[in-house]
Design a protein around this ligand. Sequence first.
Ligand SMILES: Cc1cc2nc3c(=O)[nH]c(=O)nc-3n(C[C@H](O)[C@H](O)[C@H](O)COP(=O)(O)O)c2cc1C
Length: 245
Amino acid sequence: MTPVLEIMSAHRSIRKFTDRAVDADLLTSLITAAQCTSTSHHVQAYTIIQVTDPNNRQKIADMAGPQPWVAEAPVFLVFCADLTRLVYACRQNTVEPETGWAEQLLVATVDTALLAQSLMLGAESAGLGGVFIGGIRNDPNLVCDLLHIPEHAFPVFGMCLGYPNEDPAPKPRLPLNLMFHQNRFPETVNYRELAAYDDIIQAYYEKRAPKLRDRTWTRQIAEFTGQVIRPHMKSFLAQKRFFKH
Ligand SMILES: Cc1cc2nc3c(=O)[nH]c(=O)nc-3n(C[C@H](O)[C@H](O)[C@H](O)COP(=O)(O)O)c2cc1C
């Protein structure tokens, strides 16, 4: 184990924070370091917006769940996939921008996610904890209105950061042989391994939240996958000029 691997392996989402403020210089260092993450074609297709206005925080917290930690966390960041500078670069060079392609949506979203995960890891290395907030996509237009996010940019997720005031055990991940393979994709899902993993996750939840019954991984994932989630995203992305082709 290297020190970085130890931090990665100890990750768990944190939703309760102490009152201790996060130093502005520390936040700047975390963002600057996260910017060094690989980026497709060096496009750096992202923008981070820190939300400090308590009214806007509360509105986003309510809309996202409610998720009270969005209002309470010492730091709340919104990560935007952002093609505005790319469009500007085209105009600057009298090139007609080709926007609205699925590939660009992937490029900008992947870039944003990689940046955010680097920031999370850096934050954890500095003793902070945090949680991603995909719930902001419940009403992405509200986030765009509150934060003045223009066309060619959209909020992918938020992130709460602060000093942890809880210490949950890390959530067990899939056994390696279910998700790492040599040379070819497996022919079938290894249902025996998956059943064993269900038992592990069930035991984890029984310890963490004894009231929760039947919290196997496959049960949770079936519930998640068996419902339509945020059907507005296609038209929202089209409206933001991310989804045409
Ligand atoms: C893109 C993304 C969006 C997420 N959105 C939320 C969210 O809205 N609210 C929340 O409490 N957790 C959210 N999470 C946290 C996941 O639920 C959590 O990472 C997962 O259950 C694994 O738990 P762990 O992070 O404690 O290991 C999100 C995670 C990711 C990567």
